[in-house]
Write a protein that binds this ligand. Structure first.
Ligand SMILES: Cc1cc2nc3c(=O)[nH]c(=O)nc-3n(C[C@H](O)[C@H](O)[C@H](O)COP(=O)(O)OP(=O)(O)OC[C@H]3O[C@@H](n4cnc5c(N)ncnc54)[C@H](O)[C@@H]3O)c2cc1C
Length: 364
């Protein structure tokens, strides 16, 4: 870019949150520009690649409307259907219960969503990094962009949030993933403890392969992710096929404010991740759609950006706060040692752990 580019809505980040925001804003006929720091959308993959079914999503977020349309994705993005979850404690005891969804190839998934935004009329500029904002001007690696409304979809350490004076995610934890060899049955396996206190690991079945990953809370263990990952794959005799890649996962639920005078934050930038399991793709898409619609109406009819926050709070706030509360309980009582993790899982039992995973209250 040589001259200053002008747009109605500037979306920063082409993950699920940004692409949905760009798509729904562009569908209303305003000029939308989406910038993405990476040269190749979704690459490298830093995700467990699990997408819950519409039934699971609406069970977790019963106030959600329009779920069928939002999650109506091409069948080839579902690499492998999932039928259940196995939770495994440090003593290798297993709790198994039904859970439906599918694993995807996250790079193709993100590329499809970005293509949909472009098909709806949004302009996409790759290899373009947002640095800072001055009034209605965004300074980027490719020059300045003038906007009316900015949407920060730039992940957990959002620079857009910072530039808008919005709160940052507190205590995000690091997690990594990689592709591995192996034919697994259609069950997600989640291991708590076993590697180190406060660490967890997963194996997500794909087609003849699996997604394998590890996350840990630096509050309880001071090792390295690389070290914990290597320990996990060695203990389970897993052959890893790709390098590991990771990033931070918000762990304390939604940030306290997600809109300012000229912009909003969505997805991980808004902290809308399920603290108990690290899942954030559905909420990124939900908040992206809401912000895109409100931003377009703001440009066309002066609709207040505060309505975006009301909209997502109505759908996501309660379940995500319950999940954040449950995570706090787990941090206090379970994750301190391998022994306490095993004991707490035994005390909770299958029914309550099913509730935990689905962001529901553990006790009446
Ligand atoms: C290891 C791991 C495993 C996970 N597994 C799952 C899972 O199995 N299921 C699930 O639902 N969730 C999972 N999550 C969480 C999920 O990945 C996120 O919640 C989801 O990606 C959030 O989408 P988003 O669009 O908000 O952010 P992101 O997907 O992080 O997208 C942000 C985009 O913004 C770009 N960007 C960042 N900064 C800038 C900048 N300054 N300028 C321009 N562009 C920028 C980035 O390159 C990126 O493309 C996992 C997370 C991790 C780390």
């Amino acid at each position: 870019m040589t001259e200053r580019l002008k747009t109605d809505i500037l979306v920063v980040g082409a993950g699920p949150a940004g692409s949905l925001a760009a798509r729904y804003a562009a569908e209303k006929g305003v000029k939308v520009t989406m910038i993405e720091a990476r040269s190749n959308i979704g690459v490298p993959v830093r995700c467990g690649e699990l997408v819950p079914s519409i039934e699971e999503i609406t069970d977790m977020f019963p106030n959600l409307t329009g779920a069928e349309e939002l999650f109506d994705l091409p069948s080839d993005l579902a690499v492998r259907n999932v039928e259940g979850i196995r939770l495994i404690d440090p003593k290798d005891r297993v709790w198994e219960f039904p859970f439906t969804g599918y694993t995807t190839d996250r790079d193709r998934f993100d590329q499809y969503l970005a293509d949909q935004a472009v098909k709806s009329g949004a302009d996409l500029i790759k290899s373009c990094r947002f640095f800072e904002r001055e009034g209605n001007i965004a300074k980027t690696s490719e020059g300045e962009i003038e906007f009316r409304t900015i949407i920060g979809a730039d992940g957990p350490g959002s620079r857009v949030a910072q530039s808008l004076g919005l709160p940052a995610n507190q205590n995000p934890y690091p997690a990594v993933s990689a592709q591995a060899e192996g034919d697994y049955d259609p069950y997600i396996q989640m291991f708590f403890g076993g590697i180190a206190p406060g660490a967890y690991a997963w194996i997500m079945p794909k087609a003849g392969t699996a997604n394998v990953g590890v996350g840990f809370s630096p509050k309880f263990s001071d090792g390295s992710l690389r070290g914990y990952f290597d320990k996990f794959v060695k203990a389970h005799d897993i052959k890893v096929l790709t390098p590991i890649h990771g990033k931070y996962v918000p762990s304390e639920g939604p940030v306290s404010k997600t809109y300012a005078d000229v912009g909003m934050v969505v997805g991980d930038a808004a902290g809308v991740v399920m603290s108990v399991n690290g899942g954030g793709i559905p909420q990124a898409m939900i908040t992206g759609r809401m912000a895109g619609e409100v931003a377009a109406d703001n440009v066309l009819n002066n609709r207040s950006l505060a309505e975006y926050e009301q909209a997502w709070r109505n759908v996501l706030y309660k379940p995500l706060k319950i999940a954040a509360g449950n995570k706090k309980l787990a941090d206090t009582f379970a994750f301190r040692s391998e022994r306490s993790t095993a004991l707490c899982m035994k005390l909770l039992g299958k029914r309550r752990m099913g509730k935990l995973i689905r962001c529901k209250r553990l006790f009446p």
